[in-house]
Design a protein around this ligand. Structure first.
Ligand SMILES: [Zn+2]
Length: 206
């Protein structure tokens, strides 16, 4: 298994344009598409698209490591894998700005310290609300947990459908992309890796 260099967790932001500049850029794209940005139906579109961008890409303003800062030490001797599966994921590919969506399964094997379950889902959401490729998204979640929580290992699997697969002549809207990233024991020990994979593949009956 090749070991990629650590993903960039917090990209440095380019100088932020003004809201007016952002709305003007949307008008330019509308004209590029062949429409008239001044027609009645499109007058408020630049404002709505700019608002949507603020929401969809709010992850740039968040620090994922800070979400994991509050940990708990007392887990009464618990020492097995902690897995949060079926975390709903909505993101956008950095190549086409096209949406991709699916499920993330996030696990770690604690080393004394554990973190609130909602924090793990929050990490997924922060990274998803940035422009992504699925491979980087998967690695960023696992490496952030590894660095911030320092467990014995972290494991992340993402399954997603990419809208850009329906573009052009690809026309494979149902294809599912599966990516995994393992650190620590999940990377080194096939037993733990298999535990994780078996757990996420098991049907959930609750
Ligand atoms: Zn794409």
């Amino acid at each position: 298994m090749s070991k990629p260099s650590l993903p960039e967790i917090q990209p440095s932001a380019a100088a932020k344009p003004s809201r007016e500049q952002a709305e003007e850029a949307v008008r330019t794209l509308l004209a590029w598409a062949g429409d008239d940005p001044a027609r009645a139906g499109l007058t408020n579109t630049p404002r709505r698209v700019t608002d949507a961008f603020s929401e969809l890409f709010s992850g740039y303003a968040c620090d994922p490591a800070a979400e994991l800062a509050r940990t708990f030490e007392d887990v009464s001797g618990y020492s097995d894998m902690i897995l949060l599966r079926d975390v709903r994921l909505e993101s956008h590919c950095e190549h086409h700005l096209a949406p991709f969506s699916g499920l993330a399964h996030v696990a770690y094997l604690p080393d004394r310290r554990v973190v609130g379950l909602s924090r793990m889902a929050r990490i997924v959401d922060i990274f998803a609300r940035r422009l992504q490729v699925q491979e980087s998204l998967t690695a960023q979640i696992a490496e952030t947990i590894q660095q911030a929580l320092q467990p014995q290992g972290a494991a992340v699997m993402i399954l997603a459908r990419h809208k850009c697969m329906a573009f052009h002549d690809t026309n494979q809207p149902d294809a599912i992309m599966e990516t995994t990233h393992f650190t620590g024991v999940f990377n080194e020990d096939t037993h733990w890796r298999q535990r994780f994979i078996d757990a996420v593949r098991a049907p959930a009956r609750l």
